[in-house]
Each structure stands twice: as structure tokens, then as C-alpha cells.
Design a protein around this ligand. Structure first.
Ligand code: SF4
Ligand code: SF4
Length: 171
């Protein structure tokens, strides 16, 4: 019997982007190329919804069923204000317009010591496998958290769907 929790995943922990895009649950390649936009890697239909209240533009909709998957309005500006609201560290900001060759991925980051802006890091996929090198372009406090930072890394455009974490090369 198929596991319903995996219905939006190509394999455990890895979203099925084509299926998510077809259902409007992940931005299209054109939208990502146009500029910063949020993605919600929240595919298990858990009872959770603080992200819905976090967007000042009302771009996130879960609906009456609290186990729904967040649905994003295309008017999202990619401001990142929703990122600290997610207890599951599931929200990322993708920007395919960063430069001619690079995209950026902004992610929640809780490890210490923090990477520094300008530092070269190993860019990892959702399963912790190294994908490419990245360059940290921004580290910011998010919300009131002492622990969690928002970290933005520039990577080759081809890997914008893959990179979701980084590892310091000096660790
Ligand atoms: S990135 Fe900004 S505009 Fe987009 S959903 Fe999050 S808070 Fe709203
Ligand atoms: S806050 Fe995070 S875990 Fe909760 S519904 Fe939103 S994206 Fe999913």
C-alpha cells in the first residue's frame, strides 16, 4: 500500500518538484528566475500553520484544514519575513535572478560557529550530500531567536532546487 505521507516526494525527504509545481505547491522555474520567492518544503500534511499568519501580505494559505500544505500566492516578494515562523525549518527563499550565473538560497541556520559573509562553504542537498561550493552572501538574525539565523548562499543556478544546507569547510 502506498505511504500517503510520501505522495509529494520523489523519495523520502526529497520533494517531487514536478508534482508540486503541477499542483501549485512549489514556484515554477520562471517564477524563481524572476526574483526572490518563498518555498515551503512541508509536504507531510502535519497540523501546523504559523507561517500562514507570518506573511504581512497574506501570501500563504493553508486553509481551514490545519493539516493542509502551505500554498503560496504568486505575489510573494521573497522578503523572508515568514522564514522564522516555521518550527520545522521548512521555509527557504530562492532567487534565480541573483546574477547571470548564480542563484541564491536563503535558509534557516542554527549551527555555531556561524559562517561569515564572503566565506566559501560546501553546499549540501536535503540529505547532507555535497552538491557544489557556495559563497555566503548574507547572515542575518531572524525574529527574536538567539539561535537561528537566516543564511543566504550564492550557488550555480543549476543547483537552486537542490541546495538546502551548507557546511563550513573549516569544520
Ligand atoms: S517571503 Fe515574504 S511575501 Fe513571501 S510568503 Fe514569506 S513573508 Fe510573505
Ligand atoms: S510553519 Fe513550517 S511546518 Fe508549519 S505549516 Fe508552515 S511551512 Fe509547514
Amino acid at each position: 500500500m502506498p505511504d500517503d505521507r510520501l505522495k509529494y516526494m520523489a523519495e523520502p525527504g526529497v520533494p517531487d518538484l514536478q508534482k508540486l509545481q503541477a499542483e501549485g505547491l512549489y514556484p515554477t522555474d520562471d517564477r524563481i528566475a524572476a526574483g526572490p520567492v518563498a518555498v515551503f518544503e512541508c509536504m507531510q500534511e502535519i497540523p501546523c500553520n504559523p507561517c500562514e499568519e507570518a506573511c504581512p501580505r497574506g501570501c500563504i494559505r493553508i486553509g481551514e484544514d490545519i493539516t493542509g500544505i502551505p500554498r503560496l500566492d504568486p505575489s510573494c516578494t521573497g522578503c523572508g519575513l515568514c522564514l522564522p515562523s516555521c518550527p520545522g525549518l521548512c521555509i527557504f527563499i530562492l532567487d534565480g535572478s541573483y546574477s547571470g550565473t548564480e542563484a541564491t538560497v536563503t535558509m534557516p541556520y542554527e549551527l555555531l560557529p556561524l559562517p561569515e559573509e564572503g566565506e566559501t562553504v560546501d553546499a549540501l542537498d536535503r540529505q547532507g550530500r555535497e552538491v557544489c561550493e557556495g559563497r555566503v552572501v548574507r547572515v542575518r538574525a531572524i525574529g527574536t531567536s538567539e539561535l537561528c539565523r537566516s543564511l543566504t548562499v550564492a550557488i550555480p543556478k543549476a543547483f537552486v532546487h537542490d541546495v538546502r544546507h551548507v557546511r563550513r569547510q573549516s569544520d
